[in-house]
Design a protein around this ligand. Structure first.
Ligand code: ADP
Ligand code: MG
Ligand code: MG
Length: 349
């Protein structure tokens, strides 16, 4: 797979990464049982925000120990990629949408900038996207509000389309297809025509089945597809493919493709080996053990994996090394709570 032809086909000229997706401000705080009851919430559940939850985000900001970080699956990946590549601010950018002149937008833009990412954020008349992460003893509850992030306009994307065309890598999440499938397809088509390495992550099992037709319509423009074993398994079901993960992945890899590169499908399996398939090849990459006493939070392990993978891809498509870089960055982030960027420099060679 690491052959001369694929290396020549790789776009070497630039080291730029561009992300596309729903930026959300993650606001985390330790709360009481009374707080949960007040908003009708239960631990270990996700509640998509309704009208009655809107005040909750304001209230969280009043809790002295609250913290906030940029979130949203694709933005997490891009933040980790920036860290792994130790890239400059002008090399790693993210296109998304926030609310117009609301304080959460300001917080999200500032914290994204602090993580070294250029935030190319459209502004629309909706509340800024956010996700409350409520902790109560060791359990948690999530309240996402997609808000403005669903309203990225084509006009804004067109204003920044040169950023897409001149990038080495484009990365997006299936979650973004819920509101913006047509726009995503347009961006992927432009990127593929400009020989950008295009990447999509499958987001969740439900997202795969809910948005299967949209995924298939974008798939011809996708060079790298990422998912965990459940998401790839769900893809197989929707595809009518009853075989093993290897067979499903190879079927996805062989699906209609435009552009100069063959498609690569990457499937993570937690602590089990990472699987990589192309039309004619299949690889297993062992995951180094992380002592279970050191594992704090595996929630965005997959996002972090993609970040390390695409950072390494900037140096060329050595797929085994890319997967090892993905496993390295995921191993770092599962050792602390949430999707915060490590304070130390990456130690991956
Ligand atoms: P997702 O978060 O999308 O479910 P996975 O659970 O497959 O993704 O995890 C992605 C990556 O995170 C794995 O490939 C591995 O590198 C790392 N990882 C996750 N769980 C563990 C674990 N228990 N031990 C070591 N690495 C892990
Ligand atoms: Mg998992
Ligand atoms: Mg995942």
């Amino acid at each position: 797979m690491k052959n001369i032809i694929s290396i020549i086909k790789y776009k070497f000229a630039t080291k730029k990464i561009i992300g596309l997706g729903s930026p959300l401000l993650d606001i985390q705080a330790e709360v009481s049982q009374e707080f949960l009851q007040k908003y009708g919430l239960k631990l270990n559940n996700t509640f998509f925000a309704e009208e009655k939850h809107l005040q909750l985000y304001e209230e969280l900001l009043q809790i002295p120990t609250h913290s906030h970080v940029p979130g949203g699956s694709a933005l997490n990946t891009i933040r980790l990629a920036r860290w792994m590549a130790q890239a400059q601010r002008d090399e790693v950018k993210f296109i998304g949408c926030v609310g117009m002149r609301d304080k959460f937008a300001k917080m999200l833009i500032e914290s994204t900038n602090q993580d070294g990412i250029t935030a190319l954020f459209d502004e629309q008349q909706y509340p800024t996207g956010k996700c409350a992460v409520l902790l109560c003893n060791k359990d948690r509850c999530l309240i996402p509000l997609i808000g403005a992030s669903a309203h990225l306009s084509k006009e804004f994307v067109d204003k920044h389309i040169e950023e897409v065309k001149t990038a080495a890598i484009l990365f997006c999440e299936v979650y973004f297809l819920y509101p913006r499938a047509e726009l995503t397809k347009y961006v992927f088509k432009v990127a593929q025509e400009s020989n950008v390495n295009t990447c999509l992550s499958l987001s969740s099992v439900n997202a795969v089945s809910d948005r299967f037709n949209e995924i298939l319509s974008i798939l011809p423009y996708i060079d790298y597809l990422f998912g965990n074993e459940e998401e790839v398994g769900q893809f197989g079901k929707n595809f009518g493919c009853k075989g093993s993960l290897e067979q499903i992945m190879q079927k996805i890899a062989a699906f209609n493709k435009v552009g100069v590169r063959d498609r690569v499908v990457v499937c993570t399996q937690g602590h089990k080996p990472t699987l990589i398939a192309s039309k004619n090849d299949f690889l297993n990459v062992i995951v180094e053990t992380v002592d279970s006493s050191k594992i704090v939070d595996t929630n965005s392990a997959g996002d972090s994996f993609c970040g390390g993978f695409i950072a390494q891809l900037l140096n060329g498509p050595d797929l085994i090394k890319c997967a090892k870089a993905g496993n390295y960055s995921a191993a770092q982030t599962i050792q602390h709570e949430g999707s915060t960027i490590p304070k130390y420099q990456p130690d991956f060679k």
